[in-house]
Design a protein around this ligand. Structure first.
Ligand code: HEM
Length: 85
């Protein structure tokens, strides 16, 4: 992820000598976790979200979404047990 010796370009896992020992495992697992969420659930925006994802951001220590995204998962595999096997 770069950032030279400080590692301050990418800090969800901390930085420097005491940074997260699980960073590489986690980075590899994240795509499978995301894929499992997409596979196992239908996702809808919560009521009041206006049906549109608001991508506005704001700058703090990190750039983050101005408004949190509230997405509602509904299990999609329970009605089709053969997909769980
Ligand atoms: C989304 C997942 C994770 C996040 C966001 C995360 C974040 C962090 C953060 C912020 C620290 C403190 C770093 C610091 O003090 O500067 C830390 C420490 C640590 N993490 Fe994680 N972590 C994650 C997953 C994991 C996993 C999966 C493992 C092990 C399999 C792990 C093992 C550790 C260990 C052993 C430390 C202590 C490192 C030390 O003090 O030398 N982490 N983590």
């Amino acid at each position: 992820m770069g950032g030279g010796s400080s590692g301050f370009r990418y800090i969800p896992f901390g930085s420097g000598r005491r940074s997260c020992a699980g960073v590489h495992l986690t980075e590899r697992l994240m795509k499978y976790v995301l894929a499992s969420f997409l596979h196992c659930f239908e996702w809808k925006l919560a009521d009041g979200e206006g049906g549109v994802v608001d991508f506005a951001d704001e700058f703090a220590l990190l750039i983050k979404k101005k408004r949190s995204l509230i997405a509602v998962p509904t299990p999609r595999l329970l009605a089709r047990p053969e997909l769980l096997a």
